[in-house]
Design a protein around this ligand. Structure first.
Ligand code: FE
Length: 349
């Protein structure tokens, strides 16, 4: 059900005491208006881009009258900012991607624990922090993409198999500096143990056709260009590329279906330790886990809803079902530092 309601006039507070890369957008209520109730204003720091969070916030404001101010920036910058601001932070909530970032924010004691039967009911336990400091809100799968004109699907099987000799000079990868690959390798350490994981990563490096790429899209473009035959990406980047070039001879492959499953990660959010509006922020977080919001959130970036009761978009569903690695996503955060060191030893740039 979608409701259309009058939206209060927006007051953009762009650039107020913020760096050039950040945008502080807010909606100011007319406090002298006839409906002047003491509705709180929630402040959100988001490393998810504006076009992904704004529709959600607008919907929430339309439904509840609660206004949301937000800034967007890179995860690292927002985490550092929260840390520097300490008790004086205006932020009630941090939204970011990848459990590596959520875990780091929790380690820095930037979140408070939020007990919520709603979140417990809506979000599976393996996608939430065990101490309730953050909850996953969407799920992304990091999987193999291959050139359909040069690779038969039955040549593929697992992430580990991409380290074997038959892939020599045929593999492209995104840089190890990206948290997505750090989490993937962390999940391999968790499942395979450090020694075996290192052997695999070394094998990947030996098989590289060219130096690692700065992003998933460039890695897929290299596969398309014939520079290499397969790579590993988050599925929504594949979705974006296929939207732009529907005839691209690329396909997704779901690895490790006979063992642990495909590596999945989350985007998520937590209430800040020094939130000024913790209850209002909790209500927003709970709403974000609800079926209505979950559909908007997942579909805006072609991800998988974290709420298992919500179906993915038609496009995402068309990629087929797969078995996901259901190790608690938190393990990827806990093993992150080990993963970075391992990739360094393996010569993965
Ligand atoms: Fe991404």
């Amino acid at each position: 059900m979608r409701r259309f309601m009058f939206q209060p006039k927006r007051l953009f507070l762009a650039g107020v005491a913020l760096g050039a890369a950040t945008l502080l957008a807010g909606c100011g209520s007319d406090s002298s208006g006839p409906q002047a109730e003491a509705k709180p204003t929630i402040t959100v720091y988001s490393s998810r881009k504006e076009h992904l969070v704004k529709p959600l916030f607008d919907q929430y404001t339309a439904d509840t009258g609660v206004e949301i101010r937000y800034i967007t920036d890179k995860a690292g910058a927002l985490i550092q900012r929260l840390k520097a601001e300490g008790e004086t932070t205006p932020a009630d909530m941090l939204i970011t991607v990848d459990v590596g970032n959520l875990w780091q924010a929790a380690e820095l004691d930037l979140f408070r624990s939020t007990q919520s039967t709603t979140l417990d009911a809506n979000i599976p336990a393996e996608l939430r922090d065990e101490q309730n400091r953050w909850a996953g809100l969407s799920v992304r799968a990091r999987t193999i993409v291959y050139a359909t004109d040069r690779v038969q699907a039955d040549e593929l099987s697992t992430y580990e198999a991409l380290a074997e000799d038959n892939w020599k000079g045929r593999l492209c990868l995104r840089t190890s500096k990206k948290v997505y690959n750090q989490s993937l390798v962390a999940s391999m350490i968790e499942s395979l143990g450090e020694e075996q994981a290192e052997t695999v990563v070394k094998g990947w490096v030996d098989n590289l056709a060219t130096a690692p790429f700065s992003n998933d899209t460039k890695a897929m473009e290299a596969v398309l260009a014939g520079q290499c035959d397969a790579t590993i990406v988050n599925t929504y980047y594949y979705g974006r590329l296929m939207k732009k070039t529907p005839d691209a001879a690329l396909a997704l492959y779901w690895p490790n279906q006979d063992d642990r499953g495909v590596h999945v990660n989350v985007s998520g959010a937590g209430i800040t330790k020094h939130a000024k509006q913790p209850q209002a922020a909790q209500q927003l977080l709970e709403w974000m886990s609800s079926p209505n919001a979950q559909a908007v959130l997942a579909n805006s970036n072609q991800e998988y809803p974290a709420n298992a009761g919500v179906k993915p978009s038609e496009e995402v569903a068309s990629w087929g079902e797969f078995k996901a690695d259901n190790v608690h996503v938190e393990a990827a955060g806990r093993r992150q530092a080990d993963a970075v060191k391992l990739m360094d030893r393996a010569g993965y740039l």
